[in-house]
Structures are given as C-alpha cells and as structure tokens.
Design a protein around this ligand. Structure first.
Ligand code: NIG
Ligand code: FE
Length: 415
C-alpha cells in the first residue's frame, strides 16, 4: 500500500521555490523567492503547500499528519533536471581524450577510428545486463548529486534492433529506479559505417522502419539529430525531423557545436530545444530569443573538448530561455557533473545564481516539455533537495563540490 499520509518536511533554513520567475531572459538574485525556516507539505508525491514550517505545523495539526523533522541547517531547492545526457553506453574513450590532449581534434579522432563509432561498436557488443547495470549506476550517481529528472539518449547502436534495445533498457531502468528518466531517440547521431547507403538513405530508413516502432512500443516521444560536421547537414536533417514531427515526436537538435545550421532548423520546426550552441552567431541568437525553443548549453562538452563555452550571457540578455545539461557521454563530456559544470559556465559567462539555478530546474524542465517540476509549489512534484548550509549562495560558490545531503523524489527520501 503506498503511503498516502500528509507529510510536513522541515524546518529548512532557506527554501528556494524557483516560483514566479519568467521562463525567458536574464534574472537577478533579488527575484528569487526565498522562504526562511520553511517547510513543505506533500502527499502522494505531490506538493500541497510550502510556507513557514511553524505555521504549516499549526495549520495541519490534525490527526494523520506525519512530521518529518530536519535537525540540521539545510538550503532546499527543487530537484535538479539534467535535460541532455547520453548515459546509456558501454566502454570508455580515454585514448580519444589523450589524443585531444596531444592536439588532435574531435573530428580527426572520429575519422581515424575513434569517436562515436568506437562507442557504437562497444555498445553493440555489450550485453543487456551490462548496459542495464551501467545505466543504473549512472542514474544513482545523478540522483545522489540532486538530479531527480534526467534525459537519456539512445544513439550508440545505430541500427534497428540495437536502438530499440537501448530504448528498452532506458525504459526498464525508468521503471525500477527512483529517478525519472526521459528517453530520446538519437539514432540519427552519425551515419553508421556499416550502413550501405547515403546519409539521406539512412535517415529514410530510420523514418520508415525505426520511428513507427518506437511510437507503437511507447519507447520514446522525442527525436534528436546531430546537425553538424561529422553528423548530418541541416538539409538532410530537415526531412527527417519533419517526418518525426508528423509521427507525433517532440524534436530536439544537437546544433551549432562546431558549425552553424542547427538553430534555424530547430526554430523553423518548433523543436523543444537546440543544444550545444558553442558557435552560435548574433543573428541566430536573435531568432532563438524570438522563439519558444530552449537554448541548452552543454559546458561539459566544452570542458571535455577544450572548446569555448556557449555564449550563455548573450543568450540570456537577448531574451532566450537558457537551460544547462551535462551532455554526459564517453567522448566529448566524460565528467558528468551538472552542478560543477553549471558553476564553471557561470563564472566564465557571468551568470547570476538565479540564472544558473533556473537553468537546471524549471528552465531545464521546459526543455523536456515537463511543466510539473522544477518549481516548489502546489500541485508540482515533491522533488526537492537539501544542501548543508545557511545561505543559498553557498551552493554555486562551492562550484559544485557542495553536494546535497538529502534528496527527496516524489516525496520519498533517498539520500
Ligand atoms: O553531444 N556531438 C554529438 N554527440 C555527443 C558526443 C558523443 C560522443 O562523442 O560519444 C555530444 O557532444
Ligand atoms: Fe549531446
């Protein structure tokens, strides 16, 4: 029997609700709603109310209430949302990394047999049990770092059975692990070397054979494509994305990492987000700001490749909705620590605490099309995390090394 009692968790030294903030544009810390000596009332995994702990205890002082007392100073935020990862893979690419340290580029390494194709070979040969175990372990690490919702892409099998297998593994882990995993089909990562045909023919094959299967098996409702050097051209991507949209998928684009083209496509087709944006130009920033497409920066890939960061400050000042994802993958972003990466992007790009925290809570939820999380208010998921401390500014000041002491997912405490 699920526990249906009403619970009050608290008191918390500070509670950041992330409520009443605009979805787009720059933010000042003074705009943050902070409740001191706060509590959260929740039931069945949903928030009933937030407010001052003492008055909540008085208001709900009738039978059947459970008080979950906290006897340490905590700063509480909504559970973090990582809107972009590739954490379903096998193997490791430390040799690619060493080659990059010697000066080789990502594209050169891919051409000489490393890169994504290397991970595809290792993932295809890994057993389901191995992949399942690895995804569970990465999901647990994410949860312990305060991430209560995590997007996961396929894209390391690049054939029909393999891509289905990866999406099935993500679905299985979603069912057994407390973290919410949101799956995305990235079969259009690169053209697989063993596919006999052009890039266009590969995309047509995916459209005809793979996407309908994913829909009917309810394995994902999101389709992503790598639009760049080494991936697909914007022209090739357009037909594929249009077909995916027709089938009812939400769209996502890996765009403007090395070359431009992805932003126009994402905006024209009404994608949920366009991710990377390291080389985005002023014209595209304007177009993106005028749209509802979320701009997702991936500082972990800049750190992994030793490249510039996406111009997060300019994106916000232009009025974009900025999310930040870890891009955790074995090639470009092996670190996989969203909070560290957010803090590093924040210091280089001059992002306020409010902008950084929004980018990994409700704005990241927007990138996933989820409007039930990322804010602590009535009716939203009781996903919340508590960092030791007395002032919310301690979190990013510690540049990601201050980890949550407690993580609650749908009202249940996990760490
Ligand atoms: O987002 N650029 C394309 N895809 C991933 C990298 C994947 C890999 O190198 O294995 C990214 O950076
Ligand atoms: Fe990525």
């Amino acid at each position: 029997m699920p526990d249906q009692s009403i619970k009050i968790t608290g008191p918390f030294r500070q509670l950041l609700t992330m409520d009443k903030l605009p979805l787009k544009g720059s933010l000042k810390d003074a705009q943050l709603e902070i409740i001191e000596e706060a509590g959260i009332v929740h039931q069945n995994g949903l928030i009933i109310e937030t407010g001052q702990f003492k008055s909540l205890c008085t208001k709900y002082s009738f039978a059947g209430i459970t008080i979950q007392p906290i006897d340490t100073d905590l700063i509480v935020l909504p559970g973090l949302v990582d809107p972009h990862t590739h954490i379903c893979w096998a193997g490791s690419r430390e040799n690619d990394y060493a080659l990059r340290l010697e000066g080789k580029s990502y594209a050169e390494i891919a051409q000489s047999g490393g890169g994504i194709w290397d991970t595809v070979n290792k993932t295809r040969h890994a057993s389901g049990v191995e992949l399942n175990k690895s995804l569970i372990s990465k999901s647990s690490r994410q949860l312990s770092c305060g991430i209560t919702t995590c997007e996961v892409k396929s894209g390391y099998a690049l054939n029909l059975e393999g891509e289905i297998r990866l999406l099935e593994i993500i679905k299985a882990v979603r069912q057994e692990h407390p973290i919410d995993l949101v799956s995305t089909c990235l079969a259009a990562h690169i053209r697989p070397r063993d596919f006999e045909g052009t890039a266009n023919e590969y995309l047509q094959y995916l459209t005809m054979m793979l996407l309908p299967l994913i829909k009917s098996e309810e394995l994902s409702n999101r389709v992503d494509i790598f639009v760049d050097e080494g991936g697909f051209s914007a022209r090739e991507a357009e037909n594929y994305l249009k077909a995916a949209k027709k089938l009812g998928f939400d769209l996502v684009v890996h765009g403007d990492q090395f070359t431009s083209g992805g932003v126009h496509l994402a905006v024209n087709l009404g994608a949920k987000s366009v991710d990377h944006l390291e080389v985005i130009q002023s014209g595209e920033i304007k177009i993106l700001a005028a749209s509802d497409v979320v701009a997702t920066a991936l500082p972990g890939a800049s750190l992994g490749l030793g490249c510039t960061f996406a111009p997060a400050r300019r994106l916000l000042d232009a009025g974009c909705c900025l999310a930040i994802g870890s891009d955790w993958n074995p090639g470009s972003a092996p670190m996989g620590d969203l909070l560290v990466q957010t803090a590093i992007l924040g210091t280089f790009e001059k992002l306020t605490n409010a902008e950084q925290l929004s980018a990994i809570t409700f704005r990241a939820a927007q990138a996933l099309g989820l409007n039930d999380r990322g804010i602590l208010k009535k009716g939203y998921l009781a996903d919340f995390i508590g960092f030791p401390g007395r002032n919310y500014r301690e979190i990013l000041y510690n540049q990601g090394m201050l980890k949550p002491r407690f993580v609650w997912k749908r009202g249940a405490q996990f760490f």
